[in-house]
Design a protein around this ligand. Structure first.
Ligand code: SF4
Length: 326
C-alpha cells in the first residue's frame, strides 16, 4: 500500500491539556481508514489537525502530517488553504451548520468553481448541477435553486459531499457523516461514499458507530483518551480485538444477531484529560486490569500480522476472544 497520508507522533494541546497524545496513522491511496472511539477520544481533533482547521486555542505541539511526502505543518496558511478542496476535503455530521442558509445550494456549490477554478457564472452553475446529479440528487437543475432548509437531512449531506468533492480531492475526511440520519438514508450515504472509494478516493471515516466502519473501511484505529490503543485491518480488529477497550466498544454496539437487546455499555466514563489515571488510562474501566496497569503505561506495540495494541496483556485478550468465539 503506498501511503497518501502519514500522521506520525501527533500531539495537539489546548493550553496545558493534551487532547491528542502521540497518534500515528497511515491512509493508502484509494483506501479508507476508520478512526473510532467515544466522545473526547481525540478522533475529531486529529482530523481537524490534518485539515489545518484546529480551533484557535489548539496547536500541534509535536509530530508530522505528511500528504504524499509533503509535511502539511510546514506549509504557509495560504498554501494549506489551497490544498483544502484541491487535495483534502471534509464533511461533518451537521451539514446545515456548514451551509449558508440565505444562499441557494446551487449558488454555494457554484462558488467553489468560481473561486477556485475561475469559472464564469454560467459554467460554474452548470458544473454545480452536474456535481449534484453525481451524488444522486434527483432533478438537480431544479433543486439547485432551493435553499438548504428545503432539503432533507440526507439530501443536505449529499450536497455537502458534492461540495467537498467538487475539486476532486484525493482524501476526504468524513466526521460522523451519517450520525444524524435515519438507517435507510444512512445506507444510501454510505453506498455513495463506497462508490467514490471505488473510483479511487481515499477516506478517513471518523465514527463511534462500528457498523458504519465495517461497511466502509479496510483498516481501523481505535482511540482512547487522545491515544491510539489498537490498529489493524477491520477484519482483524473486529474479529479478535486485541485491546479491552475495543472489546468494550464491540459489546456496546448493537450486533446483527442480538440487535440493541445485546448491548453492554462500557463501565464508567472516559477520563478527564486534565487528570488522566496513572499507568494505562483505561485501567479504571478495564475488566482485565491488574497492578501493573496502574503503574506502567503500555506502549502501542506490534503483534503478529502487523496489527498493534497498547495493552500489557494483549495476548491474553486475544486468547479470551478466541475462547469466547470457540
Ligand atoms: S494495559 Fe491493563 S488496564 Fe490497560 S487495557 Fe491492558 S489490561 Fe486493561
Amino acid at each position: 500500500m503506498s501511503a497518501l497520508l502519514e500522521v506520525s507522533g501527533l500531539q495537539v494541546a489546548f493550553g496545558e491539556l493534551r487532547a491528542v497524545r502521540g497518534v500515528s496513522l497511515t491512509v493508502g491511496k484509494g483506501q479508507t481508514l476508520a478512526v473510532v472511539g467515544e466522545s473526547g477520544s481525540g478522533k475529531s481533533i486529529t482530523s481537524l489537525a490534518v485539515m489545518g482547521l484546529l480551533p484557535a486555542q489548539a496547536r500541534v505541539v509535536e509530530g508530522e502530517i505528511s500528504l504524499d511526502g509533503v509535511n502539511l505543518l510546514d506549509l504557509a496558511p495560504e498554501e494549506l488553504r489551497r490544498l483544502r478542496g484541491e487535495e483534502l476535503a471534509m464533511i461533518f455530521q451537521d451539514p446545515l451548520s456548514a451551509l449558508n442558509p440565505s444562499l441557494t445550494v446551487g449558488y454555494q456549490i457554484a462558488e467553489v468553481f468560481r473561486r477556485r477554478r475561475g469559472a464564469s457564472r454560467a459554467v460554474a452553475t452548470g458544473r454545480a448541477v452536474e456535481a449534484m446529479a453525481e451524488v444522486g440528487i434527483p432533478d438537480a437543475a431544479e433543486r439547485a435553486k432551493a435553499y438548504p432548509h428545503e432539503f432533507s437531512g440526507g439530501m443536505r449531506q449529499r450536497v455537502m459531499i458534492a461540495m467537498a468533492l467538487a475539486l476532486e480531492p484525493r482524501l476526504l475526511i468524513a466526521d460522523e457523516p451519517t450520525t444524524a440520519l435515519d438507517v435507510t438514508v444512512q445506507a444510501q450515504i454510505l453506498r455513495l461514499l463506497r462508490e467514490r472509494q471505488r473510483a479511487g478516493l481515499a477516506m478517513i471515516i471518523i465514527s463511534h458507530d462500528l457498523g458504519v466502519v465495517a461497511r466502509t473501511a479496510q483498516s481501523v484505529v481505535v482511540m482512547y483518551a487522545g491515544q491510539a490503543v489498537e490498529s489493524g485491518t477491520v477484519a482483524e480488529v473486529y474479529g479478535t480485538p486485541a485491546h479491552p477497550y475495543t472489546l468494550g466498544l464491540m459489546a456496546a454496539s448493537p450486533s446483527a444477531r442480538t440487535g440493541r437487546r445485546g448491548i453492554r455499555p462500557i463501565d464508567g466514563n472516559p477520563p478527564d484529560l486534565t487528570a488522566l489515571p496513572s499507568g494505562c488510562a483505561f485501567h479504571p474501566r478495564c475488566p482485565f486490569a491488574r497492578e501493573r496497569c496502574r503503574t506502567e503505561t503500555p506502549a502501542l506495540r506490534p503483534l503478529p500480522s502487523g496489527r498493534t495494541s497498547a495493552c500489557h496483556f494483549a495476548e491474553e485478550v486475544l486468547a479470551h476472544d478466541r475462547a469466547a468465539g470457540a
